[in-house]
Write a protein that binds this ligand. Structure first.
Ligand code: LMR
Length: 394
């Protein structure tokens, strides 16, 4: 049996992470995997996370099982952070999951379980793991246009035209904010138009929100997901705390299913329990407990928000510096989009050959589709990157 296994294509992001680790050059720059780094190149444990962990060590009395959907105090706290008061809580079923990826996987399983023939619509491009999970689950998939290579913004007309073809009960996977891999995002008006179209077609939004607080702010980044929640009868939401709480390896995620009314909520909630039980029983608790402790304590919450805001502003400033540097070096505004994009990523538009040359000649690691992680830069490496980009012909 096991000798019949065939190799899987490597995940491009994780493959690049490994290549970077193995590169012995000291001047290398990692703009690959979506992990926040400070100016010293360190992914720090956030202050509030450290404090909450200390508190847990002192005060936690048991590590016995929670519930199949995790600690309700966690699901409530994170639900409120994401959805605010956009929707009545008795329409939101929620389950803790191992990270945002776990939430995506469980959300897709939920949709498949509820409606076997559903098609998932994904943005072109999207996070590569969306594609492989959908494929692995055997769910039919279609793409909708999203990114306009010429303007480096959203191809909104193309998006609406394609999504008009979605059928009632299809899932439309949307990035809540900080689109991965492009960095180009919908405006408020555009979220409104997407909601109108979904209402017309009966397709169900599935929002993946993994970077809340990294774009324009905690509430601003939740605008789209909250707007849809206030309008749509049904919706699925997959959320990650990996980035905004910096708890990557602790695997903290949340799956939410919005039902048309409170009466259908119970069935959705018990289905989420059932699905968790089939896959891993109980979701991990440690990171979830840390996040909940922070969100429910006024001082820790304030400290976390202020550190997150520093992270966000730091990335914005790096974007501005890089756009300005490239403006001067290229004597053009071709790279101004870098300052307009939001979140960790920008699709820079370099060709695959240029991306390879950046890596081989300059030790600058970007994903092959030309996605760069802005947080991998600092004030000293911005000019290094800009010079290298110009050197490879950008
Ligand atoms: C990324 O896109 O780089 C991150 O979401 C990390 C990952 O798991 O791929």
């Amino acid at each position: 049996m096991l000798t019949d296994l065939t190799p899987q294509p490597p995940d491009k992001i994780l493959e690049l992470m490994q290549m970077f680790r193995e590169d012995t050059r000291t001047q290398k720059i990692d703009l690959g995997v979506g992990v926040y780094k400070n100016a010293e190149g360190v992914t720090p444990v956030m202050r509030a996370v450290k404090s909450a962990e200390r508190r847990l060590v002192e005060e936690q009395q048991t590590k016995s099982y929670t519930s199949l959907v995790g600690d309700p105090a966690f699901t409530t706290a994170l639900r409120d952070l994401i959805l605010g008061d956009s929707i009545s809580a008795d329409r939101v079923a929620a389950a803790g999951t191992p990270g945002g990826t776990g939430a995506i996987r469980q959300g897709l399983e939920l949709a498949r379980y509820a409606e076997a023939g559903t098609t998932v619509w994904v943005s072109s491009p999207t996070w590569p793991n969306h594609l492989t999970i959908v494929k692995y689950l055997g769910i039919p998939m279609r793409e909708y246009r999203y990114f306009d290579n010429a303007t480096r913004g959203v191809n909104f007309d193309g998006m609406l035209t394609d999504l008009k073809e979605a059928k009632a009960g299809d899932l439309v996977l949307l990035h809540g904010c900080c689109h991965n891999p492009t960095g180009a995002n919908l405006t408020k008006e555009q979220w409104g138009q997407v909601a109108d179209l979904l209402e017309k077609t009966g397709a169900v939004p599935f929002v993946d929100i993994a970077y809340q607080g990294f774009g324009d702010g905690l509430d601003e980044d939740a605008y789209g997901v909250r707007y849809l929640a206030s309008k749509m009868p049904e919706m699925i939401i997959a959320a990650s705390c990996s980035k905004n709480f910096g708890v990557y390896r602790d695997r903290v995620g949340l799956l939410m299913a919005i039902t048309p009314n409170a009466a259908s909520h119970g069935m959705a909630q018990s289905t989420l329990s059932f699905l968790n039980r089939q896959n891993y029983s109980f979701p991990p608790d440690h990171g979830a407990k840390v996040v909940q402790t922070i969100l429910d304590d006024a001082d820790l919450r304030a400290d976390w928000k202020s550190e997150l805001e520093d992270v966000r502003l730091g990335m914005l400033s790096l974007r501005q510096q890089l756009a300005e540097d490239l403006r001067q070096r290229t004597n053009s505004d071709r790279f101004d989009f870098i300052a307009r994009h939001r979140g960790m990523f920008s699709r820079t538009g370099l060709s695959p050959d240029q991306v390879t040359a950046l890596r081989e000649k300059h030790g600058v690691y970007m994903i092959g589709d030309s996605r760069m992680n802005v947080a991998g830069l600092n004030a000293e490496t911005v000019p290094v990157l800009a010079a290298a980009m110009v050197d490879v012909g950008a």
